[in-house]
Design a protein around this ligand. Structure first.
Ligand code: SAM
Ligand code: DTB
Ligand code: SF4
Length: 344
């Protein structure tokens, strides 16, 4: 499928759903083509995104992923958005790696609340080999509970990726975060290429990739387009695409960043859906600030995953009960409910 086809006619008319599924596993998206999607009239963009979403996810279910910060704060990196960077004066206190039992208790609670996936996050630049051993025990325990496993531990060496895969890790989260040219104004302690390398080590080890980024950091629409094009052109593109809305945290360099236009956020979700049709596009950080109406538009635009639970890593998230109510009101089933064949 060429990008011009996406722009010129509705996808459903252009091809059957099965042909569509077969044809797009990797992209050749130019920044200009992605920008052209962003520039569509709002309703046309949402219509296209809905067509793609319905063709690829006929069930329309929403995946629920719960986060746990297994090692909080004290990070040596300088990511300008992050409250866990040791160099910024934020309210986050540095803690040691959590105990296995504590992690498993949190995973059990996530499962009981209806989560599908449990994602363990650590504020590391990269894990040490002894960390990999400890996290591997956590992965084995979480997996044994019947949850999908995900971890985000910073940069990985190929052998570390293999060890995590061997322990049963389904997904590894490592974000490109933004476009290559905007990246330097946000992070200086590691390169864009370092991130691409870790993603390829995760792929080579046979795990699924969870990779997205943050919008609302002051990037231009062109830079947002370049970021989405970069994700969509990964070969193959990520199975999970978390789109975080910047949570400005006091003490970080981005603390005073003005909020992004919510309709531009909805557009970003729609463009991610169109360019990465088979991916789970996740509404990630910043949902508390979006409110119900904007989130409802994001689901229309093709979002089909959320971080679920009262806490992200160090910042807040909508209460689980509030999310269940929102999904029920919108008539959206969750992945776990689909399995159990019951409605919310
Ligand atoms: N330390 C690891 C790393 O950076 O790869 C894993 C944890 S890190 C907190 C995971 C992701 O959280 C970042 O790549 C970024 O996209 C997101 N994130 C961190 N702080 C955020 C904020 N204030 N607002 C939105 N997203 C944020
Ligand atoms: C991702 O893209 N977003 C999550 C997860 N991957 C690890 C983290 C969001 C963190 C928001 C800031 C905080 O709570 O510390
Ligand atoms: Fe450290 Fe990750 Fe935060 Fe960057 S985003 S400062 S690597 S915890």
């Amino acid at each position: 499928m060429s990008q011009s086809q996406v722009l010129e006619k509705p996808l459903i008319q252009a091809m059957s759903a099965s042909a569509a599924k077969a044809s797009v596993s990797q992209g050749d998206w130019t920044v200009a083509a992605v920008e052209a999607l962003f520039a569509l009239p709002f309703n046309d963009l949402l219509f296209r995104a809905q067509e793609v979403h319905r063709a690829y996810f006929p069930e329309g279910d929403v995946e629920l992923a719960t986060l746990l910060s297994i090692k909080t704060g004290g990070c040596p990196e300088d990511c300008g958005y992050c409250p866990q960077a040791a160099r910024y004066n934020t309210d986050v206190k540095a803690n040691k790696l959590m105990d296995l039992e504590e992690v498993l208790e949190a995973a059990k609670a996530a499962k009981a609340a209806g989560s599908n996936r449990f994602c363990m996050g650590a504020a590391w630049r990269e894990p040490k080999d002894r960390d990999i051993e400890k996290v591997s025990a956590m992965i084995r325990g979480v997996k044994a509970l019947g949850l999908e496993t995900c971890a985000t531990l910073g940069m990985l060496e190929p052998e570390q990726a293999k060890a995590l895969q061997g322990a049963g890790l389904d997904f590894y989260n490592h974000n490109l975060d933004t476009s290559e040219d905007f990246y330097r104004s946000v992070i200086k302690t590691r390169d864009y290429q370092d991130r691409l390398d870790t993603i390829s080590h995760v792929r080579a080890a046979g795990m699924s990739v969870c990779c997205g980024g943050i919008v609302g950091m002051g990037e231009s629409r062109e830079q947002r387009s370049a970021f989405i094009a970069r994700l969509a052109n990964l070969s193959p593109y990520p199975e999970s695409v978390p789109i975080n809305h910047l949570v400005p945290v006091a003490g970080t360099p981005l603390a005073d960043q003005p909020p992004m236009d919510p309709l531009e956020f909805v557009r970003t979700i729609a463009v991610a859906r169109i360019t990465m049709p088979k991916a789970r596009v996740r509404l990630s950080a910043g949902r508390q600030e979006l409110g119900r109406a904007v989130q409802a538009m994001c689901f229309q635009a093709g979002a089909n995953s959320i971080f679920y639970g009262d806490q992200l890593l160090t910042t807040g998230n909508p209460e689980a009960e509030e999310d269940r109510a929102l999904l029920a009101e919108l008539g959206l089933k969750t992945k776990q409910h689909m399995k159990a064949e019951v409605t919310v």
